[in-house]
Design a protein around this ligand. Structure first.
Ligand SMILES: [Fe+2]
Ligand SMILES: [Fe+2]
Length: 383
């Protein structure tokens, strides 16, 4: 699968130029062989719950409920591992999900705690997270739902809600990233970039909740973000650079390309405007990540570089263990959903693979942070 050539080329140029030729030369060192696949990971998943109804659902009921909410590409929950915990209008559970690198492209920068991706529970109320009209019009338009079936509207509402909750989590992720940078002596340009990016993510979340509300026909927003009183920050430059490489150089570069591809296939003006804004912002967030990695390697040397190399090796290894494309319903329904920014899981996986092979890994290779092993090169070439 080929990504839009113009956006892809522009993004590669932006990422490499943002690091700068002198920094690129400093990073030009050989990378070792490929890493091991990641294991299953645990996540926290929540759904809205009125405490007046009593205790949270049991694990079996919770699994059913979660599967009905998380209907998009990352819904393959294997099991619910804990009893429900009431958290500010929601019930939250620890769940085991299949390895997302094979299932679901990251749409933006995740907030992780002890290796688990955390998002807020959705709330079916006006929670102050709906978009306001802007001068560009990106926040004030409503999608046209008149020609959609109830099933299509439900799918679109679920997909945009999941996306909005991930964007909402990205706000917290950049807030923590700004503290990481401060604690490790980063230059002001990076700290400034992190704060600007957090504000961008507020806008993305508003757009997502607004679209989800329009498709479902009623307000929706996030419950309080479920973080503990003490949030750990990166202990050293290697940890900071590893997270920036995973979440930004890989995650946000992929997110920018996915948003651009969705926009190219979308027909609804409100959806196209939202995706255009998101694609542009995510491209800047990707630039910030590559700049952060370059600064951290310059400041911390070989141990930091090695941590970053491992991230790209893992990304390359993930290309080699992708399952064959699933047979999914195409035709009119797929076209109707794509017109409103929703792509099938198999399409998303193929696009993620193309983004890794055509943008992320070539950039990493140009900067001396990844060198293809024979198997990885074959996988990248076929993605
Ligand atoms: Fe975003
Ligand atoms: Fe982002």
């Amino acid at each position: 699968m080929l990504l839009d050539r113009s956006f892809r080329r522009t993004l590669i140029a932006r990422l490499l130029l943002s690091v700068g030729p002198s920094t690129a030369a400093a990073l030009l060192v050989a990378a070792p062989g490929c890493g091991e696949p990641e294991a299953e990971t645990a996540d926290i998943r929540c759904f809205a719950w009125d405490e007046a109804l009593g205790a949270c659902l049991d694990r079996a009921q919770a699994l059913e409920e979660l599967e009905s909410i998380y209907t998009s590409c990352d819904d393959r929950i294997v099991s619910v591992e804990s009893d429900g915990e009431l958290r500010d209008g929601g019930c939250c559970y620890e769940v085991i999900a299949e390895d997302k690198s094979d299932i679901c492209p990251m749409e933006g920068r995740p907030f992780t705690l002890e290796g688990r991706r955390v998002t807020a529970a959705p709330r079916e109320v006006e929670a102050g997270w709906l978009a306001r009209a802007t001068a560009s019009g990106a926040g004030g338009q409503q999608p046209s739902v008149a020609d959609l079936t109830d099933e299509e509207r439900a799918t679109l509402a679920g997909g945009w809600l999941r996306s909005a909750l991930e964007e909402h989590a990205s706000v917290a992720s950049f807030a923590r990233f700004a503290l990481d940078l401060m604690a490790l002596g980063a230059p002001s340009s990076l700290v400034e970039g992190a704060h600007i990016a957090a504000l961008d993510e507020v806008g993305h979340a508003r757009l997502g909740f607004s679209l989800a509300a329009a498709y479902r026909g009623g307000p929706v927003g996030p419950a309080a973000f479920p973080v503990p009183p003490a949030v750990p920050i990166a202990p050293d430059l290697a940890a900071l650079a590893r997270a920036a490489a995973e979440e930004g150089c890989v995650g946000e570069t992929v997110a920018a390309l996915l948003a651009a591809e969705k926009r190219a296939r979308a027909e609804d003006p409100a959806v196209r405007a939202a995706l255009a804004a998101i694609a542009e912002d995510e491209a800047r967030h990707a630039e910030l990540a590559w700049l952060t990695v370059a600064w951290a390697i310059g400041a911390g040397g070989e141990p930091v570089r090695r941590a970053v190399v491992e991230v790209f090796e893992a990304a390359a290894a993930s290309l080699g263990r992708r399952p064959p494309p699933e047979a999914e319903p195409g035709g009119g329904r797929a076209a109707a959903l794509a017109a409103h920014g929703h792509l099938a899981r198999a399409d998303l996986r193929a696009l993620e693979g193309a983004a890794l092979a055509q943008v992320v890994l070539p950039c990493a290779r140009a900067l001396g942070l990844w060198k293809p092993a024979a198997g990885a090169a074959r996988a990248a070439a076929s993605a």
